[in-house]
Design a protein around this ligand. Structure first.
Ligand SMILES: Nc1nc2c(ncn2[C@@H]2O[C@H](COP(=O)(O)OP(=O)(O)OP(=O)(O)O)[C@@H](O)[C@H]2O)c(=O)[nH]1
Length: 481
């Protein structure tokens, strides 16, 4: 949703559109918040501040005084038309702006400087940014609306109410608002009943809170939420956590979850319940971001281990993994396994004459050419240095030789570009072919690799730029091309 929302509503180039959109969104959410205030059960939420703070974080170019001023003006205008608050409206809305600006600025400052993949730290940042933003804005709001000479207890109760509302709404809503992405419907995984178990567990645990009651019941959904964090993507976990936390707050405020015998709830109890729910809500989020970070790390590590960084072809270990799944020998038992060992001729001269960087460029282009010739029929890997291996299944030894010769000729005719120069290289190839019968593919490959190495040595010794193999004569070679 980040990119989509940015494309639809905000863009660094379209300042007028940004100004109009920010004004309209502020007015709409102000209206929405004011409407929630009319419904008793939902009057505990003021989502505008969290929504605007998330918008300013997701579109950092909006963090300019003019856009802040437009938000503030929209709030003041809305109040002017719909309330009789007078000067108090200026203070209350200033306190709203304070939360929005502090949270957005803190998140932009401390989350952006960190490694993007270090989401766990970002979740902590969110918690502390909401805490600081809520304390400061509630102070201003409560002092401003009660006045300096008012009753101390009235101020404290207003502050507690204000602070717990801002903090809990921020912590519950912002993770989802910051991470939400527009779903790619065509890529959604198939439905499986087992996938909804964590969600069902959340619903059951909330119901258990209602039945059992007491302050401890507020923590009942925590294990189920952590289960969600492990099973679902980050934005989904953030959404479920937000809905669960919001539901709990509504249930407690309306005495459906009874945490205290003396009803109605005193402000300090509601204050404590809200803070508790918000604090609980951050835990699954931290688990979720940690799981996300671990998954990314595993993906990156296996990518690094399976592929050669410079050329993009398989590494030695990646080739062994790919052999298990990608060579279709087991489906075609008569097929032959063909292993070619390729070594660029006089590669040292390229490094010596044009530099190591040029050598790297040639290696990468060489690998790309080999991949192009081999196509989907085989696997290409770099064993190290300027030595590569190709493994493919063919119907005959001659077909394997034809592929090897096609590679050799393509390399010979290719002009490798480096800066303004064209370089020409040749490659020597050793080829070994067999029908793996009782051997595993892995063992067959290893013995063919050792055999191909001997033929490669022959190719080098006989003058390079040639393919050597067993029983095949020069006439066969000529015929196979
Ligand atoms: N640029 C670059 N050079 C590499 C890399 N890995 C190995 N080399 C160089 O590849 C060269 C291999 O040289 P040799 O083993 O002597 O082989 P050669 O010069 O190709 O000669 P023959 O194989 O006998 O035809 C060495 O100079 C290595 O430093 C790499 O990743 N990048």
């Amino acid at each position: 949703m980040a990119n989509l929302a940015r494309m639809m509503f905000f863009s660094p180039e379209k300042r007028l559109a940004n100004a109009i959109n920010i004004f309209v969104i502020t007015t709409l959410f102000y209206f929405f918040g004011a409407s929630l205030r009319l419904i008793d059960e939902l009057s505990l939420f003021w989502p505008l501040n969290a929504v605007l703070a998330a918008i300013f974080v997701r579109s950092p170019f909006l963090n300019r005084p003019i856009y802040y001023f437009l938000c503030y003006s929209a709030m003041i205008l809305y109040d002017a038309f719909t309330t009789h608050w007078g000067w108090q409206s200026a203070i209350i809305n200033l306190s709203n702006m304070m939360f929005i600006i502090i949270v957005a600025r803190l998140l932009l400052r401390y989350s952006r400087t960190q490694d993007e993949s270090n989401w766990a730290l970002n979740a902590f940042n969110l918690f502390y940014a909401c805490l600081i933003g809520a304390v400061l804005s509630s102070l201003l709001g409560s002092v401003g609306s009660t006045g300096p000479s008012s009753d101390y207890r009235q101020f404290l109760s207003l502050f507690a109410d204000w602070f717990s509302e801002q903090f809990s709404t921020g912590v519950l809503m912002m993770p989802f608002l910051l991470m939400a992405k527009w779903p790619q419907w065509d890529k959604l995984p198939a439905f499986q009943l087992s996938k909804i178990y964590p969600l069902v567990a959340v619903i059951v645990s909330v119901m258990a809170s209602v039945v059992i009651g007491g302050a401890g019941s507020l923590a009942f959904p925590l294990p189920a939420l952590i289960w969600c964090a492990i099973r679902y993507p980050l934005p989904i976990t953030a959404l479920i956590t937000f809905l669960t936390g919001g539901t709990e707050i509504i249930l407690v405020a309306n005495s459906i979850v009874v945490i205290h015998q003396n009803q109605p709830l005193m402000v300090t109890e509601m204050f404590s319940a809200r803070l508790g729910i918000a604090t609980m809500a951050i835990c699954p989020l931290i688990v979720s971001v940690s799981v996300d970070a671990i998954n990314r790390l595993i993906q990156q590590t296996s990518l690094r281990a399976d592929y050669d960084y410079l050329t993009g072809v398989y590494s030695r270990s990646g080739l062994y993994e790919a052999l298990k799944t990608k060579i279709p020998l087991k489906h075609l038992p008569k097929q032959k396994l063909c292993v070619m060992l390729l070594d660029i001729d006089y590669f040292k001269r390229i490094n010596d004459s044009f530099g190591h960087e040029c050598g790297d460029v040639v290696l990468a282009s060489f690998a790309a050419q080999v991949r192009k010739v081999v196509g989907e029929d085989g696997l290409v890997a770099r064993l190290g240095g300027e030595e590569f291996v190709v493994a493919c299944s063919t119907c005959s030894e001659e077909k394997g030789l034809a592929i090897a010769e096609k590679i050799r000729q393509t390399i010979e005719l290719t002009a490798f570009r480096y800066q303004q120069q064209s370089l020409f290289i040749t490659v020597s190839i050793g080829l070994a072919t067999a029908t793996p019968e009782k051997q595993t593919l892995h063992d067959a490959f290893n013995s063919l690799l050792a055999e191909a190495d001997k033929y490669l040595y022959l190719s080098k010794r006989n003058g390079r730029n040639q393919t050597s193999t067993s029983r095949i004569t020069q006439q066969d070679m000529a015929a196979s091309i």
